[in-house]
Ligand binder design. Structure first.
Ligand code: PAP
Length: 342
């Protein structure tokens, strides 16, 4: 891998021993930042949501040096090696990443981790983010490269920025998108909990103005969604396009669809035993919120930050009519001719 010498990094720290990890991840990110800073400084810049700066890289805005940021994207493009049996769960932030990670993990591993013995199921003990690593963060640590088959990964990278080996290996990709107005609201609350203290809190008006201009991490929102939508049209057997809203409205049938797509369809016997419903319940907002009331995913990421209210339509409590109309109009223009509805 062309990331900094692995002897300078603490392998896998993000997910296992907390105290060692926090230090390890921070050190690794600093090494990556130093490696790529010359490339970064030549890029167009705007104000960030979590850190001071967003950089425009390959047509998308990326935070500079955190997890899932410009430097980790660059490092994964330089060094990540996909395998044909891999599964990738792609999302723009706040579109259902945590939920789809839980569902895919539970589906693919259901013979190893039985839903009958829930107390020992990993999702009853740890955050879904600890079960499915990000290509552009944890997978940069060598230990992740030799996982079980199929390897499950997640990514926030736009389709066109995926490491070439992912595109070439033609492995399965599941993309989940969400109503942009709920993504904005969710991102606003998330950013105010996690952004650098020196930046102070954002106002919702400020968040809205940045969002509409496309200035969000891995944004513009519309380009991110459209990239995967078009790819799914071209490669339907390899890319599944889901929406958070459909998943909420008909979770059972979408979980079955997801299982089939991943190559792990439910048998008739499993269906009779209620296996689909058990997985739906295990991965429900209520169950996961309870499990993740305390503790941390890793440095600076409390478990509970990924479970706010988990509903469709919270935007009605945040956006003015005018804001709503602006985003509706933008979405209509950008998704013109595409069959995407929320
Ligand atoms: P990430 O991309 O930073 O990992 P992501 O998981 O996509 O975040 O977004 C979190 C959103 O999904 C939250 O939405 P909200 O702010 O509108 O509440 C969170 O509540 C919601 N969420 C998390 N887990 C679930 C779940 N199991 N079912 C439904 N929604 C969920």
């Amino acid at each position: 891998m062309s990331v900094p010498s692995t002897s300078d990094m603490v392998p896998i720290s993000f997910f296992t021993q907390q105290s060692v990890e926090d230090h390890g991840l921070e050190k690794a990110l600093t090494l990556l930042y130093n490696r790529y800073k010359d490339r970064l400084t030549s890029l167009p810049k705007e104000k960030g949501w979590f850190t001071e700066t967003l950089y425009l890289y390959q047509g998308f805005w990326l935070e500079s040096e955190r997890v899932t940021s410009a430097v980790t994207v660059m490092a994964s493009q330089d060094g990540f090696q996909a395998q044909p049996t891999d599964i990738y769960l792609a999302t723009l932030q706040k579109s259902g990443t945590t939920w789809i990670k839980a569902l895919a993990f539970a589906i693919v591993n259901r013979t190893t981790y039985k839903t009958n013995s829930l107390s020992t199921h990993p999702l009853q003990i740890m955050n879904p983010h600890r079960c499915v690593p990000f290509v552009e963060t944890e997978a940069l640590f060598p230990t992740y490269v030799n996982g079980h088959s199929p390897r499950l990964f997640s990514t926030h990278m736009p389709y066109t920025s995926l490491p070439q080996s992912i595109l070439d290996s033609r492995c399965r990709v599941v993309y989940t998108c969400r109503n942009p107005k709920d993504v904005l609201v969710s991102l606003f609350h998330y950013a105010n909990r996690l952004r650098d203290k020196s930046l102070g809190l954002m106002t919702f008006k400020e968040a809205f103005e940045m969002f509409r201009k496309g200035l969000i991490p891995f944004g513009p929102y519309w380009d991110h969604v459209k990239g995967y939508y078009m790819a799914a049209l071209e490669r339907p057997s390899e890319i599944l396009f889901l929406t958070y809203e459909d998943m909420q409205k008909d979770t059972v049938n979408n979980v079955k669809r997801l299982a089939e797509f991943l190559g792990y369809p439910f048998t008739e016997e499993e269906a009779a035993e209620g296996e689909v419903h058990k997985i739906v319940k295990l991965c429900s907002f209520e169950t996961l919120k309870e499990v993740n009331k305390h503790g941390m995913v890793g440095a600076g990421f409390p478990n509970d930050v990924f479970f706010r209210n988990g509903k469709i339509g919270d935007w009605t409590n945040h956006l003015t009519n005018e804001m709503s109309q602006i985003l509706d109009q933008l979405t209509k223009e950008k998704f013109d001719g595409l069959d995407i509805s929320f």
